[in-house]
Ligand binder design. Structure first.
Ligand code: NAP
Ligand code: 3JN
Length: 346
């Protein structure tokens, strides 16, 4: 019989938290008891889960007494403070924030790529990668296994839901303001805590997260560093440009790769056809290719527009789309927990 677990969802009222709840129900995760945690602002409010009403509690160290698995998506500072408290009390933490991702003692996991690292969890904390990283590495790993991979250059087209509930609301409000001929107000994007904000309705913003001191943003550096860690490939050349677009859900990526060995488009097709979690949508004769509107609420990672580079036989171009809140966050977290259950690690 499957073990029944005591589960805590931290950040339950957020964009990722609500998808975590949906997926726990849909995938029939074995739950003995569940609690929903958020900030003091939400404590005492009601939240619906699987036909029952629960009361949201403020997340504190004591919230994790007796918890087997704690799913965190309440921001890096909350994870920094409370994930070790949860782990200290015996919970396995699956953390959606970037706080622990590059810690060498914290496995950074996309189950289709590196579930073997789940055998060693020294701090009781597992990190869920950044959404843009997850969909890219899951699509590239099968290709890498067959043909080797030396270089990745990615440009992203990221939905506003990656920036939380406030950004989704802002895109809606700005669209309404524009339709009504009113002034468009911008208060959230590209980064809420920055001094300057730009409208996202009718716009494209080439900044996600703050700038680092090398000219790349933190979002771009996350893609670069996390890809190398997950693929255990420090020598892999990776460059990223991350861009916010006026789409509610679904991140899209234009990815150029260079392989170690020569391959054909048919080879790449055949490889991805059998790859776990990947759905090929590639038939230009019928205008079939992945689009974020149709990836919304879908679990797979969709790949299309596969082309061989015209100047380099080892170079290929791909278009990769996935629901950023599902495979990019909530679904991947739950698949990590499911993999641990399957492998008797929980
Ligand atoms: P969101 O919609 O703004 O929700 C934030 C959640 O965090 C809310 O539930 C909020 O509760 C809770 N929270 C805020 N301060 C808290 C505190 N002091 N203690 C406990 N809970 C607190 O944001 P989101 O889009 O869901 O993202 C949440 C986090 O998930 C992000 O900061 C990021 O680290 C991570 N994330 C990861 C990915 C990924 O790529 N894997 C994608 C998106 C987000 P209240 O309602 O009470 O304020
Ligand atoms: O903007 C996106 O599309 C993805 C954003 C993810 C995100 C948002 C706020 C804080 C992260 C993340 O997961 O990398 C973080 C963070 O924890 O650093």
């Amino acid at each position: 019989m499957t073990k029944q677990l005591i589960v805590a969802v931290v950040g339950a009222t957020g964009a990722v938290g609500s998808k975590l709840m949906e997926k726990l129900i849909e995938r029939k995760f074995p739950i003995k008891h569940i609690k929903f945690l958020a900030s003091a602002r939400s404590a005492g409010k009601a939240i619906e889960f699987n036909g029952q009403t629960y009361t949201i509690e403020e997340a504190t160290p004591e919230s994790f007494e007796g918890v087997n698995i704690a799913l965190f998506s309440a921001g890096g500072s909350v994870s920094e403070k409370l994930a070790p408290e949860a782990a200290k009390r015996g919970a396995i933490v699956i953390d959606n924030t970037s706080h622990f991702r590059m810690d060498p003692e914290v496995p950074l996991v996309v189950p289709e790529v590196n579930r073997h690292v789940l055998k060693n969890i020294p701090k009781g904390i597992i990190a869920n990668p950044n959404c843009s990283t997850i969909q890219m590495v899951a699509a590239l790993q099968p290709i890498r296994e067959k043909f080797g991979l030396t270089k990745v250059v990615v440009s992203t087209y990221q939905a506003v839901s990656g920036s939380g509930v406030a950004a989704i609301d802002e895109l809606r409000e700005q669209s309404t303001q524009w339709e009504a001929g009113k002034n468009v107000e911008a208060n959230v994007l590209p980064v809420k805590s920055d001094a300057k904000h730009y409208p996202i309705a009718r716009n494209v913003i080439p900044q996600i997260d703050k700038f680092t001191n090398n000219g790349f943003t933190y979002e771009e550096m996350k893609m670069i560093n996390e890809t190398k860690k997950i693929m255990e490939a420090p020598e892999l050349s990776v460059a990223a440009t991350c861009v916010r677009v006026p789409v509610v859900s679904g991140h899209s990526e234009s990815v150029y790769i260079e392989l170690e060995q020569e391959a054909t488009v048919q080879d790449i097709f055949a490889t991805l056809q059998d790859a776990p979690g990947i759905v090929l949508q590639d038939d230009i004769t019928q205008q079939v290719y992945p689009m974020p509107l149709f990836a919304e609420n879908e679990e797979p990672i969709f790949v299309g527009r596969i082309r061989q580079d015209l100047d380099n036989k080892k170079g290929f171009h791909l278009w990769i789309v996935a629901d950023n809140l599902l495979k990019g966050a909530a679904l991947n977290s739950i698949q990590i927990a499911e993999a641990m259950l399957e492998d008797n690690l929980l």
